[in-house]
Design a protein around this ligand. Structure first.
Ligand code: SF4
Length: 468
């Protein structure tokens, strides 16, 4: 198995985008989806509907490699969806690239999915028993097959019925001949927002940064358990589930979302600064300079500096001309990967006590290499501070988590973790500190050991399902 150079980090499964009633729908879908590529780089695609047909252009790799602007879709109709994918459920193969195109009795249907269905195995087995033939191995096709088998005469009713059978954390956008639909899981674990272009065309996207990309404005979040139908009659929302407590993913705030995105109307950049401030209050350090791991940890590092009155500086710089994925099957090559990606600035860290801020710590392998870089550059001390609580449990809602055994904080004490990464001291933000910074409302914090909002199958139950 190949490893990323920074396989300490977690990866979003996907990003989705949709637009309706815009003569430049394909072009805007391309650029909107382009801005979501931090959520997935393994495959990408665009689907455009026009005059009774849906044309899909998709492939492996980044959007600019997978989709050629002008190849098939650029001059087509006024509605489109887009998708970027990083596989967590299903293999990284062409057949799993999205949008998926299906032919149902409602006509052609394209769908794009972010998240994970925890009851995927059971639904898939039931559908296969009924004769469904799946094209790929991802869980995204399940919704399409549920729709294909419905007896409901109206598409919205069919979608309503199908949505009620799904469990997990998910956001879908679906494109039919006549409409665009958005669907968000009952707990609102995975994000989905509704926006509007300057000309008034409705837009759906995983994050608000995709709205900014096409000069669209934010209208509102799609509600947990809501289906949004967009057609020539306008935008209509209908709840398929309404009693669950919302649990948006706390890790979207900690790391996943782009810093220029907003969630619940709040800036991700400012939230991360607040996480850094809380961290400084909870875990002060005797130091001369605060350094963040670029780019995702820089806001938290700035917040830590502000609250601790220790100067912030750019002690690590990132090489922007390296491919995002670095195939490094051996540990020593992974160290080379970190050196290719990051360099320490001697003038900032030499002969100084450094507070090193990272947004999260999953396996600890990359942190060890970064601390080594800082020491080689002359740092006297390295005090590592993590702007989120220890990552203790795997995510089952669409995030690529290392297997539970590889989660360093699950098996080691904080002191043992400090030894593992080679830090002079190590501290994490507390779960209370995180909740405090996140603000009111429920949040999913299952990976921080706070319980899964949607029940998951134990390994034994999964084995039982697979052996049936
Ligand atoms: S378990 Fe963690 S990563 Fe997964 S949805 Fe919940 S907060 Fe997000």
């Amino acid at each position: 198995m190949s490893l990323r150079w920074d396989d300490d980090k977690l990866y979003e499964e996907c990003g989705v985008f949709g637009i309706f009633g815009d003569p430049k729908a394909a072009e805007k879908a391309y650029w909107g989806t382009f801005s979501l590529q931090h959520r997935g780089q393994e495959s990408a695609g665009i689907a455009v509907a026009d005059h009774g047909q849906i044309v899909v252009d998709k492939g492996m790799g980044l959007l600019q490699d997978a989709v050629q602007m002008g190849r098939q879709t650029s001059n087509l109709g006024d509605r489109a969806i887009g998708h970027v994918r990083y596989s967590t459920s299903g293999d990284s193969i062409d057949a799993n690239a999205q949008p998926l195109l299906m032919h149902t009795r409602f006509g052609p249907l394209a769908l794009a999915h972010n998240g994970n269905l925890v009851n995927h195995d059971q639904l898939r087995r039931k559908l296969e028993d009924e004769g469904a033939i799946f094209q790929g191995t991802s869980d995204s096709e399940v919704l399409a097959h549920l729709l294909a088998r419905t007896k409901k005469p109206v598409f919205l009713d069919a979608l309503f019925d199908a949505a009620r059978q799904l469990e997990g954390g998910f956001a879908f956008v679906l494109l039919t001949e006549t409409g665009l639909y958005g669907l968000r899981d009952p707990h609102g674990i995975r994000p989905l927002v509704l926006g509007r272009t300057e000309e008034g065309a409705p837009v759906l996207a995983s994050e608000t940064c995709a709205l900014d990309m096409i000069d669209a404005i934010f209208v509102r979040d799609v509600k947990p358990g809501e289906i949004v139908r967009i057609g020539s009659a306008g935008v209509e929302g209908v709840l398929f589930s309404g009693n669950e407590m919302p649990h948006p993913c706390a890790f979207e705030v900690v790391y996943f979302s782009r810093p220029d995105s907003q969630m619940n109307g709040e800036s991700m950049h400012l939230k991360r600064r607040l996480l850094g401030k809380k961290l400084a209050e909870e875990a002060p350090a005797e130091a001369d300079v605060v350094v963040g791991v670029p780019d995702s940890s820089l806001p938290a590092a700035m917040g830590y500096a502000e609250a601790s009155h220790i100067p912030f500086d750019f002690g690590l710089v990132k090489n922007r001309y390296i491919a995002r994925t670095f195939i490094a099957p051996q540990a020593d090559l992974r160290s080379q990967g970190v050196r290719l990606k990051l360099s320490a600035v001697k003038e900032v860290v030499a002969n100084r006590r450094v507070v090193l801020i990272d947004d999260s710590l999953v396996r600890g392998t990359t942190s060890r290499h970064i601390i080594r870089l800082l020491r080689r550059a002359g740092a006297l001390k390295v005090h590592m501070r993590i702007a989120s609580p220890p990552y203790l449990e795997p995510c089952h809602y669409g995030i690529d988590t290392s297997r539970a055994a590889e989660l360093a904080a699950r098996n080691l004490t904080v002191d043992e973790l400090a030894d593992l990464v080679g830090a002079d001291s190590l501290a994490f933000l507390s779960p209370e500190g995180l909740t405090n910074a996140l603000g009111p409302g429920g949040w999913c914090m299952a990976c921080f050991g706070k319980g899964y909002p949607v029940p998951i199958f134990t390994e034994e139950e999964e084995r039982h399902v697979q052996s049936r």
